[in-house]
Design a protein around this ligand. Structure first.
Ligand code: SF4
Ligand SMILES: [Zn+2]
Length: 335
């Protein structure tokens, strides 16, 4: 089995550079095998017998395809689990991958991990490799109740803080993932949750990445969605989240969003007519940090669509009902 990979753009210190995204196939997330998060279907892509050699081979094949003329400044490595878990990616494999990337002239590497694998030993291969390393932690929400009951994440905010602090002390960068609209929250509650989570995690983050819910197959969230008891967030909610968080962040902390499945029913979406334009604004903002593009879509200068009023109605309807519901799906079913 081979890794998936593609190129995208990334803002690195104000300069727009090529970023290589690599999804390595590993044995999968240990938490996923034991219990798993309510929105996560990554285990379906796992290779239960994959070892360090498989992971090295996959990465070597990807690096081998890079042309000398187009070397990426940034490489983002996703394992659909934790890159710092010794079972998923053994320390020798981590060292080998880092030297491979360093030799290829890469400047920054982004990897993902659950907090429990951020320990002194796991950070060692990242020292003295000549690469700037950023570790992404999937906090999702700073509210322990939301993270535990709605997401079943299996770690506390205190565990995240410990890990982020350790990474910072080791001179590494921290990217914090926040989930926009965990199940069981209304649209309005989701907005309030992401605002407070961004405020709580900002002191320990270099980048805050807002991940709007994307409904994956075989998950609890998919079950709720099929029953009409969950709607993925509106793109308007994402725009509101980004511009408000941007205005509250301390200098030096970035907020970005790279939605998966944006514009589809399983991803963050609006009415279908304005989705492309709003997603373009989100992409432009995430690359350049120019909040004016978000203001322009939300105040109707760039995108004028009647679904903006429907979104505002939904914020109120959710509040009146007191439970999240997919109003459009129920309306389609009943009428
Ligand atoms: S979301 Fe992350 S931590 Fe949760 S089960 Fe999936 S890979 Fe593991
Ligand atoms: Zn619309």
């Amino acid at each position: 089995m081979e890794a998936k990979f593609w190129m995208e753009k990334e803002n690195m210190g104000g300069e727009i550079v090529d970023a290589l995204v690599v999804v390595l196939r590993t044995r999968g997330c240990r938490w996923g095998w034991r219990s798993g998060c309510t929105m996560c279907g990554y285990l379906w892509d796992a290779l239960p017998n994959a070892g360090g050699e498989d992971v090295i081979r996959q990465m070597r094949n990807v690096v081998g395809t890079l042309s000398r003329s187009r070397r990426p400044g940034v490489v983002k490595i996703f394992t659909s689990g934790s890159f710092l878990d010794d079972l998923e990616v053994p320390p020798e494999a981590r060292s080998e991958i880092f030297s491979m990337l360093s030799d290829a002239g890469v400047e920054r590497v982004v990897v993902e991990s659950r907090p429990e694998y951020v320990v002194e030993g796991s950070l060692e291969p990242m020292h003295d490799v000549g690469l700037e390393v950023e570790v992404a932690l999937g906090l999702e929400s700073s509210n322990d109740l939301v993270r535990e009951r709605c997401i079943n994440k299996g770690f506390t905010f205190a565990a995240y803080k410990r890990a982020a602090g350790l990474l910072r002390e080791a001179g590494l960068r921290v990217r914090t993932y926040l989930l926009l609209k965990p199940p069981l929250l209304t649209e309005k509650e989701a907005l309030e949750d992401v605002f407070s989570s961004a405020g709580d995690s900002a002191p320990l983050s270099d980048v805050i990445s807002i991940n709007p819910m994307n409904i994956q197959k075989g998950t609890v969230v998919e079950m709720l969605w099929k029953e009409g008891r969950y709607r993925t967030p509106w793109l308007w909610t994402l725009v509101e989240a980004l511009r408000t968080i941007y205005s509250r962040l301390p200098p030096g902390v970035k907020v970005v969003s790279h939605p998966t499945g944006g514009g589809s029913r399983r991803g963050v979406h609006n009415c279908g007519r304005c989705d492309r334009a709003v997603l373009d604004a989100v992409r432009t903002f995430s690359l350049h940090g120019n909040v004016e593009v978000l203001d322009a879509v939300l105040d109707g200068r760039e995108v004028s669509c009647t679904c903006l009023d429907s979104w505002r109605d939904q914020l109120h309807a959710d509040r009146l009902l007191g439970v999240p519901t997919d109003v459009e799906r129920w309306r389609d079913r009943l009428w």
